[in-house]
Ligand binder design. Sequence first.
Ligand SMILES: *[C@@H]1O[C@H](CO)[C@@H](O)[C@H](O)[C@H]1NC(C)=O
Length: 144
Amino acid sequence: MALSSNTQGFILLLAAASLLAVSEGRTIVVGGSEGWRFGFNYTDWALKNNPFYINDELVFKYDPPSEGNSGYSVYQQPNLWSYITCGFSKAKLLASPTQGGGDGFKVALTQWRPYYFASGENDGKNCKDGMMKFFAIPLPRWNN
Ligand SMILES: *[C@@H]1O[C@H](CO)[C@@H](O)[C@H](O)[C@H]1NC(C)=O
């Protein structure tokens, strides 16, 4: 049975619409009203905010360094081991201590893979003692 060209056009339209739906993402502030700071449990926050979806955008909001506070940053770690051990030698700096002001630093989760985030300041203490790390594995989103 051959489909009429009208039907084919309609199917194409549906396919295009579903692609659009896939590309829609949310904007999520990391830590909610707490923002990105020392001592807040981001593992717990990430668990409670799961699942994340592809093309969601995470926003890191944090204070700049001040007297007695070396500030915070956003690193992306390459693997689970670096994440667990709070290792930064192979981590990629995404946002410096001064980039968390205003509307915050935004990072889009564009791929279906684990994203490991951590703050690298204060000789790793932000990550080790301050719980400033979490990971997200964004899922494909097929509808709203
Ligand atoms: C942070 O939250 C996770 C998940 O709820 C929990 O397993 C962990 O014990 C918490 N860490 C601390 C130091 O409270």
